[in-house]
Design a protein around this ligand. Structure first.
Ligand code: NAP
Length: 498
């Protein structure tokens, strides 16, 4: 049966430079959050009375000093006066730093309205209990501890801190900043965090790794997460460009599964395994730079993973991790629907992980392959591995091909004006680009203009993601939902936060 869902309090943090803008932003954010944090330290023309009279919902008033990572640089005396005035004018909660004048605030303002905060921009200490104890002694009703995550395992310190606070009946909000700390912002409510800080949908975040409130609710479904929620995720570093959370969370939601797909930016494979030990992951996508290293950690490998010595998908099995490589099938499927590969002369650009899956896939269907890379020694190593030809980048203009595959990141957002191949060299029949953001790269646009037939990286990306869904869930994926999720994530082209 479904475990009880923990009520989640979402606090949308508002960072604007005028009172008017802060109110407008608060109005837009109010449907996503239970609370609105007004970061008054960023407001240049602060009109407290107007702000608190016109607020669209409960407000946490924060005037963060620059030495605590905020933007307030006035005197401490006037900061105290402003905070006390905010409490008097109707701020529902006021923030005061543990390193500042918390005493007069706790004495004057009802304790239940005081959020006592502590920030550590350097690291996440393993044991936060002594800090919690001394912060709790102040009598403040709500404690807030924000640290900096250097690795995925730092989330475990946050989870332990939240567990300890619950035992002590202390209201604690805790999270780790940085991309490695994102799991603490998604799972935090379930770990016992009194509230979860989020950024304004489409707006500026107030801390690194902060997730927009609409994504927390709609993509990660944090209002539904419970102890029984199955964890999945994408392992890599950096994960700034990954669209996997969008697609897989949409698929889990469509299947009605109690599962969440997390961005798992790890400092190493060991770091990931440490997180997995505490919070078992049922399945994972693996991306740069861990695809090769994770092979040795898998209990079993599929034929494709074994032959490419690269794993892009982990599936939890009774004996341990099973490693798969769905990039191979993901690349082949859109091609096989259109082309008979046996007679093809293919040129593959690049000699990295994706090129390896491509060359293996093409060779297994009998295509003739030539690998061209800017580092010819890497091209040679890859070509030798699959008994095929190689050459240097300079040979491209003279190369004869039926199928050209770009397996380099050239042309990927934000460098969308770049292309690996001059338009006049596009003399073959088929051009396939592995880059999927944007869906139509300059290479594909120019290839189509020159009369080539084109295959977008989107087709491959979707095909490999659908295969992952099949492997994790054992049943056909909700294809249309996944396609729609990818399309809406790619429009407008943005560097996605997760
Ligand atoms: P990778 O292992 O880092 O390999 C990248 C390859 O591109 C290397 O050979 C690299 O050469 C070469 N390269 C990079 N910049 C270059 C430049 N300016 N000029 C010439 N060569 C350059 O990355 P990967 O995992 O193979 O991924 C490659 C691309 O495929 C990425 O854009 C990725 O997003 C995409 N991809 C798409 C899918 C999909 O489903 N559509 C799946 C996997 C990958 P050096 O070794 O000399 O640096």
């Amino acid at each position: 049966g479904r475990q009880p869902v923990v009520p989640v309090r979402i606090c949308v943090s508002i960072r604007e430079s005028t009172t008017e803008e802060a109110l407008a932003s608060a109005a837009r954010a109010s449907c996503w959050g239970d609370l609105l944090e007004i970061r008054a330290d960023y407001i240049r023309d602060l009109d407290l009375r107007q702000l608190l009279r016109d607020k669209p919902g409960p407000v946490l008033f924060t005037l963060r000093a620059s030495h605590e990572g905020g933007d307030y640089s006035g005197s401490e005396r006037s900061r105290l006066e402003t905070i006390l005035e905010a409490a008097q004018c109707g701020a529902d909660l006021v923030d005061v730093e543990f390193s500042a004048f918390w005493k007069p605030v706790v004495e004057v303002v009802a304790k239940s309205r005081v959020v006592l905060s502590h920030h550590n921009y350097e690291e996440t200490p393993e044991d936060l209990r002594p800090l919690i104890d001394s912060m709790a002694e102040t009598g403040a009703g709500i404690l807030k501890i924000v640290t900096h995550a250097r690795c995925l395992a730092d989330n475990l310190s946050i989870a332990r801190a939240l567990g300890y606070a619950s035992e002590q009946h202390v209201n604690l909000c805790a999270a780790a900043m940085g991309r490695e700390g994102i799991p603490s912002r998604i799972l935090g409510a379930h770990w016992g965090s009194w509230m979860i800080f989020a950024s304004v949908p489409g707006g500026r975040s107030t801390a690194e790794g902060q997730v927009p409130a609409d994504d927390l609710v709609e993509c990660f479904r944090i209002r539904q997460i419970s102890a029984a929620t199955q964890l999945y995720g994408v392992l890599g570093k950096p994960l700034g460009h990954s669209l996997s959370p969008r697609i897989h969370n949409a698929a889990f939601a469509a299947r009605g599964m109690d599962a969440v797909f997390l961005p798992l930016e790890a400092s190493s494979v060991d770091d990931f395994l440490q997180f997995d030990e505490a919070f078992p992951i049922r399945g994972a996508s693996v991306t740069i730079p861990f695809k090769e290293e994770i092979c040795a950690r898998a209990h079993s490998l599929s034929v494709a993973a074994n032959n490419t010595r690269a794993v892009n998908t982990l599936v939890r099995r009774a004996g341990g991790w099973h490693g798969e490589n769905t990039d191979v099938d993901g690349f082949l499927q859109p091609l096989l629907r259109r082309i008979h590969l046996g007679k093809m002369r293919a040129v593959v650009l690049g000699a990295g992980g994706a090129a390896r899956a491509v060359v293996y896939g093409l060779r297994s269907y009998g295509a003739t392959v030539c690998v061209l890379a800017r580092d010819v020694s890497k091209a040679r190593i890859l070509a030798d591995e699959f008994q095929t030809q190689h050459g240097s980048w300079e040979q491209l203009p003279a190369a004869q091909w039926d199928l050209l595959v770009n397996a380099t990141p050239i042309g990927m957002y934000p460098h969308i004006e770049e292309t690996p191949v001059r338009a006049e060299w596009l003399t073959g029949e088929w051009v396939c680009d592995l880059v999927y953001n944007p869906g139509e790269t300059r290479l594909l646009r120019e290839a189509a203009q020159r009369g080539c037939r084109t295959i977008s990286g989107i087709d491959m990306f979707l095909a490999q993601a659908k295969k992952q869904q099949q492997l994790w869930c054992g049943s056909a994926p909700p294809e249309q939902v996944m396609e729609d999720a990818l399309k809406s994530a790619l429009r407008p082209q943005t560097s996605l936060a997760v």
